[in-house]
Design a binder for this molecule. Sequence first.
Ligand SMILES: Nc1ncnc2c1ncn2[C@@H]1O[C@H](COP(=O)(O)OP(=O)(O)OP(=O)(O)O)[C@@H](O)[C@H]1O
Ligand SMILES: [Mg+2]
Length: 355
Amino acid sequence: MSESNATALPHLPSSLSQGQNQTNWMPAQKAADSKTIIYKSDVMVQLMKMIERVSPSQASVLVMGESGTGKELIARSIHEKSSRKSKPFVAINCGALRETLLESELFGHEKGSFTGAYNKKIGLAEAANGGTLFLDEIGELPLSIQAKLLRFIQEGEIYRVGGKDPIKVDIRLVCATNRELDQEVVRGNFREDLFYRINTIVVSAPPLRRRKEDVPMLVNYFLSSATNSFINRGKSIDEEAMKVLLKYDWPGNIRELQNVCERLQILSEGHMIMVNDLPESIRNPEMIDESLDFDPSMPLYELEKRYILKALLHYGGNKTQAAQGLGITIKTLYNKLHEYGEFEKYAVHTKPAKD
Ligand SMILES: Nc1ncnc2c1ncn2[C@@H]1O[C@H](COP(=O)(O)OP(=O)(O)OP(=O)(O)O)[C@@H](O)[C@H]1O
Ligand SMILES: [Mg+2]
């Protein structure tokens, strides 16, 4: 089963489109291709039914799920199935920008409202008027902006930074998170009143390990439609190799599977992809496990941090390569670095400074 929808691309004045897939102005063809949702498993059939039911309403939707499970794809699909589909779908990653920049990206600013504000700027919320505003990684939203977002949701009005007059804006809100937001509420990092406003409907994107029936379909789809398909279109995969892919746990979910398929398409020789063409980490994941004894003094969080920083060292501080190697998005990598307090060190320098 698959579904694909027409494309509505806004032309927005923004500094956000820096190749990190944070916003939505890709060439129309690419956007249309990347919006096809491939699925077969019962759990996805149920999820798509839920999306059909939810989309036409105006209700705020919170899309939950691990990294790479297709949250953004689901958000787009909700927009495309709504009466707002001919209006803009505007996406912003709440974790990718510093607080002040985020506020002016989201709500805009008036000329002269701060040093460097030479012109008036329309914010993304205003640009999404009539359409859907997708707030990705909503759990990263700083508390001060949470307050402003709440006011916007309640009043239907925004204030540009430095602006005195409210501006009426009509949007449908879809948010995504890979964190347990209710836990963030308990920890005091996320406002409870905002939490209840954004989670009228909760949609959960299941991890790929819980819908392995989708793997063969996804593999065939990615092999025939990935960016490099013009060089290597039509590669097929050997039955044994497919079995290996089905056995693997896919911690990076569909994004990881997509990366593997793209690599196979470019690197494997011959027409048929064989077991030996598959990366070692997928053929023998237990080898990595065996070398890792459980250590009660090492919480998962610490282990993950060390692993990520090691990947950055391995790639000489190149964040794009490190994210690819880790099977996560660059956005997720930035977020992790923020969490660890290592953002400045790695974001500012090309190579990490030595400790
Ligand atoms: N069911 C699917 N069919 C086809 N492609 C998919 C499917 N689910 C996800 N993808 C693709 O996998 C990649 C990851 O999806 P997406 O960006 O929507 O995930 P995400 O949950 O937002 O990830 P992250 O948390 O890392 O931001 C995208 O390239 C998307 O097009
Ligand atoms: Mg995402």
